[in-house]
Write a protein that binds this ligand. Structure first.
Ligand code: C5P
Length: 218
């Protein structure tokens, strides 16, 4: 009996992270936030002064990434970077290193290793298409760009960080374009993925949608 995987893919700020964490909790599964891995790689490169375009150097960092997830915190080299990786600088940096095939390869096995225990809820851009093409359940979770910009705005303000709707909209459009037009593992809805548009849904409604479909997997 294979370890069940719920793959949730979708664009930036669609609410995947929140929904995936709650679905994982409801099912008693582990939660793989693959975007966090790309964010940590970008942060690590920036801290080490490695250019984000330097594919072999960034891939080497990704392969030996001294990162850990502990009790909801993200540690890089023992340093708590949970909030820092959510900054716009790291968001943009992540989508830049994510276009590099060698970086994606380096993170592939690390992501596959999450398939253990009771099950895993894996969220990202290519969970259903590349990392877990054999996932038992695939969800394409999206929302309008306006709804997403507004959510990110509230998130940043709530954390006491600076935010501008105009900048966030521009940034989301750019990141959507970069994520869906790149040559390797572009963001797209798999044929076998269920579409979940959360523009008009509460978090709980989105969670229920996924948990209902995952009912047979526990
Ligand atoms: O999901 P999140 O917004 O945290 O991801 C940050 C960036 O990492 C995305 O914009 C995307 O470019 C990249 N990413 C990816 N593949 C994944 C997860 C994230 O390319 N599976």
């Amino acid at each position: 009996q294979p370890v069940p995987v719920v793959a949730i893919d979708g664009p930036s700020a669609s609410g995947k992270g929140t929904v995936a964490a709650l679905v994982a909790e409801a099912l008693g599964f582990a939660h793989l936030d693959s975007g966090a891995l790309y964010r940590i790689v970008a942060l690590s490169a920036m801290r080490k002064g490695v250019a984000l375009e330097d594919e072999p150097a960034v891939a080497a960092l990704a392969a030996g990434l001294p990162a850990r997830f502990e009790g909801g915190r993200v540690l890089l080299d023992g340093d708590d970077v949970t909030d820092e990786i959510r900054s716009e600088t790291c968001s943009v940096g992540a989508s830049r290193v994510a276009v590099l095939p060698q970086v994606r390869d380096a993170l592939f096995w690390r992501q596959r290793a999450y398939r253990s225990g009771a099950g895993v809820v894996a969220e990202g851009r290519d969970m259903g298409s590349v990392v877990f093409p054999d996932a038992e359940l695939k969800i394409f979770l999206t929302a309008s760009v306006e709804a997403r910009a507004e959510r990110r705005y509230k998130q940043l303000i709530g954390k006491g960080m600076a935010a501008s709707m105009i900048d966030l909209l521009k940034d989301l459009h750019e990141r959507d374009a970069r994520d869906s037009q790149r040559a390797v593992a572009p963001l797209k809805q798999c044929e076998d993925a269920a579409l979940l548009d959360t523009s008009e849904l509460t978090v709980q409604q989105a969670v229920d949608f996924v948990v209902e479909r995952a009912a047979g997997l526990r």
